[in-house]
Ligand binder design. Structure first.
Ligand SMILES: Nc1nc2c(ncn2[C@@H]2O[C@H](COP(=O)(O)OP(=O)(O)OP(=O)(O)O)[C@@H](O)[C@H]2O)c(=O)[nH]1
Ligand SMILES: [Mg+2]
Length: 389
């Protein structure tokens, strides 16, 4: 217990001063932590007194950056700190925790270690290029490379899943006016969020609603119905629909049962399309063809299948295997390492080129954990943290 006073000796608050001796602190440095009663004014006064005494405010992510530079965390773990704080669902938080504990880094390092072994074998091969040893080594190298590629694929699959948990799935509900897009949004969200009327052209603005399907964050976007005519407001609404469609991971192409499906021309190429026939209650005898999902926003029939189909088409797998809350950057690095290994597979007869591809793959993996990390990458990563972390 102690009393906090300002430079003039005036009492600010009473609290605890905790001293962490290096390296037993979050950053690995000496740290003094002051704990007061809280409340924004008292904390402001205490902070002002510290600044008067010569301290300065930390930059966003500075504590974690220092922890990284002191070797307390590797880069993937440091990123997991921010991801844990920002986690949008419990599943995302659990995966971030897994990355923070070093499980993701360990999996990446295991692949890097296999690569290092194979590189050592290649060096030996280059040093003793006798015929006999050479052919032995060659088949061994091919087998080992195949094994490394399998390990890398496994890490990549778990990371892609995790990246989906972090970023969420962006699902845009599109279709002609009056097919029941807004009703479907309300049903999927479980609340009356969007206005529903029998008048075609009800929805003018896009409406976003975040939900969580089996622990995966999903954002549903209701949009203005697409049709050739319409007044100026409706045309502006349709322009927004098209913008939303450009950003969609999945598009629900909604039509009424028995009517024609949405035209391909109205949808962007890159989004995955899921056809939905709504108002199944009006045509009980209608059987859906192909992969289209039959639902009734009115009765709720088919909605559970629709939820599962959305996760499936977005690439979520239900294996139940633990996933890594990887970032886009990690997924890209793993993919790039995979490309180098693929090239290496084609260079087995040319040991120098083979070895070079292995080296590049290993270097790329190093950017994930920060073994190889350009300064600008560090700046970019830590600047996205909130202050005080
Ligand atoms: N019978 C039946 N009616 C439905 C169903 N879903 C929606 N409707 C009705 O269809 C009409 C249009 O529904 P909305 O949800 O506003 O349709 P929308 O596609 O959002 O229409 P816009 O916003 O105008 O593009 C309303 O009268 C709804 O009550 C359904 O599953 N069954
Ligand atoms: Mg609507």
């Amino acid at each position: 217990m102690c009393v906090f006073r300002d430079a003039r000796g005036e009492r600010i608050d009473e609290g605890i001063a905790l001293y962490f001796q290096a390296p037993h602190s979050y950053t690995g440095e000496e740290v003094l932590e002051l704990q007061g009663h809280g409340g924004s004014i008292v904390v402001q006064m205490l902070l002002a007194a510290c600044l008067d005494a010569g301290a300065r405010l930390a930059e966003p992510g500075e504590f974690t950056r220092r922890a990284f530079l002191e070797g307390k965390l590797d880069l993937a773990q440091a990123e997991a700190v921010a991801d844990l704080i920002d986690a949008a669902s419990q599943e995302a938080a659990r995966s971030a925790q897994r990355s923070l504990s070093g499980e993701f880094s360990a999996a990446v390092n295991a692949v890097a270690a296999q690569l290092l072994d194979l590189r050592a074998l290649m060096e030996a091969m280059l040093d003793f290029p006798e015929e006999e040893i050479d052919s032995l080594h060659r088949s061994d190298a091919t087998a080992r490379l195949a094994e490394i590629r399998r390990s890398l694929e496994a890490v990549l699959a778990r990371s892609r899943q995790g990246n989906m948990l972090r970023a969420g799935i962006h699902v845009v509900i599109a279709g002609a006016p009056n097919v029941g897009k807004s009703s479907l949004l309300n049903r999927l969200v479980g609340a009356e969020r969007a206005i529903v009327t029998p008048i075609a052209g009800t929805t003018r603005d896009s409406l976003r609603e975040p939900v969580d399907i089996e622990g995966v964050p999903v954002v549903f976007v209701d949009t203005a119905g697409l049709r050739p005519s319409g007044d100026e407001i409706e045309r502006l609404g349709m322009a927004r629909t098209r913008q939303e469609l450009e950003q969609a991971d999945v598009v629900l192409a909604v039509a009424e049962v028995g009517r024609e499906r949405m035209q391909d021309a109205e949808l962007p190429k890159k989004a995955r399309r899921l056809d939905v026939f709504n108002k199944s209650d009006l045509a009980p005898d209608f059987a859906s063809t192909g992969t289209a999902i039959l639902v009734s926003a009115k009765t709720g029939a088919g909605i559970d299948s629709l939820r599962r189909a959305i996760l499936q088409i977005a690439g979520w797998s239900f294996t139940g295997e633990s996933v890594f809350l990887a970032r886009e950057r990690h997924v890209r690095a793993l993919e790039e390492a995979g490309v180098h290994l693929g090239r290496a597979a084609g260079e087995v007869p040319r040991p120098e080129l083979f070895a070079e591809e292995l080296r590049l793959a290993q270097k790329t993996l190093g950017t994930i954990t920060g073994d190889v990390s350009p300064d600008d990458l560090l700046g970019e990563i830590f600047s996205r943290f909130c202050i005080g972390k």
